[in-house]
Design a protein around this ligand. Structure first.
Ligand code: XUL
Ligand code: CO
Length: 439
């Protein structure tokens, strides 16, 4: 054990199978195991989020930081940021994840002005690049924090202040260039404060048009610098603003189509955000997947008894089964992946808790994958769905779907028949029982 380790006493986390008693081991996540022709590692492309895992302090609106992080020397200095890079890569190597994600301001401190902020980011990016090359760990996506600094009080791309838009554009330009220099596979836009608190003081049309102009500028700049990674838009209905313009997949996809961005941007879908929008995660995945917008996921969960974005680690096998069933259905995530946009609880303040949290999340996803693949291989569920829609595979259904029928021709057919054939049972409980047979 090296004397300068951040996580002394914790070695490489290994797959030991379901019967192991070792809680610092995987029971189900076996990176090399093949499922539907692909190793588990490539199904998931698991990523650690820099902001929660290495910058989370445990503070909440009612209380001070709680996290014990012996390597932190306090403050947001460049030295601290560089030291954290070593810690981050030690953690990710021991955990065995292949990717990480960051906001510019998580990895490097904001300077006194834009030029100093950019120099800070360059210095940390050089250290990140060195650690990437040494370890083989890669950047799944980068993004810019356009919400923490007071200048973004009214939003960034949707600010009422044109200079704030300009500053945000400069910040994203730099974040994109940094993501590109680090070989990032993608770049995420999350609304931050792109929404409103009060409609009386808001010009909604102008703000949404500005958001579109902003994204077009990013797409144009990516082209200019040769960044071919995937852009993602991350839906979230509210928090911090009352209403965010990226409310859910339906709102985001409509926005992208209406503004000519549909060929450039896919969805980064987060479980707890789906919940806040009043949707199941599976709904959001299905809605995006059926239209070719499924990009990447931010894996976490909320708490049904708390109405905000608690960003908890996902441990519910039923949830991960539904997620993986839908992801397999739409052909997987790559070049996206499964980013744990999740934080240990404020009460789980020791460094080892970071391992328990990620191991649990990865194992929950591995089980979800195995169960979903078994359901698909068996096909019983799909056969029942096909049966339910069997009339659409019959002559009338095929004629309607192919566009060869009109209201007049259908009226003739129904006048002759008198009434539609009786419906069959939806058998919801049977469907749910069948799913449970695989768990
Ligand atoms: C906020 C959130 C962000 C995005 C990236 O709720 O999910 O961390 O994932 O900006
Ligand atoms: Co997120």
């Amino acid at each position: 054990m090296a004397a300068n380790e951040a996580f002394p006493g914790i070695g490489k986390i290994r797959y030991e199978g379901p019967d192991t008693k070792n809680m610092l081991a995987f029971r189900h996540y076996d990176a090399d195991a093949i499922v539907e022709g692909l190793p588990m590692r490539d199904h998931f492309r698991f990523a650690v989020s820099w902001w929660h895992t290495f910058r989370g302090t445990g503070s909440d609106p009612f209380g001070a930081p709680t996290m014990i992080r012996p390597w932190e020397r306090g403050g947001d200095s460049l030295e601290a940021a560089l030291a954290r890079v070593k810690v981050g890569f030690e953690f990710m190597e021991k955990l065995g994840v292949g990717f990480y994600c960051f906001h510019d301001r998580d990895v490097a401190p904001e300077g006194r002005d834009l030029a100093e902020s950019n120099r800070n980011l360059d210095a940390v990016a050089a250290a990140l690049r060195a650690e990437q090359e040494r370890s083989g760990i890669r950047l799944l996506w980068g993004t810019a924090n356009l919400f923490s600094h007071p200048r973004y009080v009214h939003g960034a791309a949707t600010s009422c202040n044109a200079e704030v838009f300009a500053f945000a554009a400069a910040q994203v330009k730099k974040a994109l260039e940094t993501t590109h220099a680090l070989g990032g596979a993608g770049y995420v836009f999350w609304g931050g404060r792109e929404g409103y608190q009060c409609l009386w003081n808001t010009d909604m049309k102008r703000e949404i048009d500005h958001l579109a102009r902003f994204m077009h500028m990013a797409v144009e700049h990516a082209k200019k610098i040769g960044f071919t990674g995937q852009f993602y838009f991350e839906p979230k209905p509210r928090e911090p603003t009352k209403h965010q313009y990226d409310y859910d997949c339906a709102a985001c996809i409509n926005f992208l189509r209406a503004h000519g961005l549909a060929d450039h941007v896919k969805m980064n879908i987060e479980t707890n955000h789906a919940t806040l929008a009043g949707h199941e995660m599976q709904h959001e995945l299905e809605y995006a997947g059926m239209q070719g917008f499924l990009g990447s996921i931010d894996a976490n969960t909320g708490d049904t008894l708390l109405g905000w974005d608690t960003d908890q680690f996902p441990t519910d096998i039923y949830l991960t089964t539904r997620i993986m069933y839908t992801i397999l259905k739409y052909g997987g995530l790559a070049p996206g992946g499964v980013n744990f946009d999740a934080k240990v609880r404020r009460e789980s303040f020791e460094p080892v808790d970071l391992f328990h949290a990620h191991i649990g999340g990865m194992d929950a996803f591995a089980r979800g994958l195995k169960i979903a693949a078994a359901m698909r291989a068996d096909g019983a569920l799909q056969r029942l769905v096909d049966e339910r829609y069997a009339s659409w595979s019959g002559p009338l259904g095929r004629r309607i779907e192919s566009g060869s029928e009109s209201m007049e021709s259908l009226e003739r057919e129904m006048l002759a028949k008198g009434d539609a054939a009786p419906c069959t049972s939806g058998r919801q409980e049977l469907f749910e029982n069948i799913v449970n047979t695989y768990l």
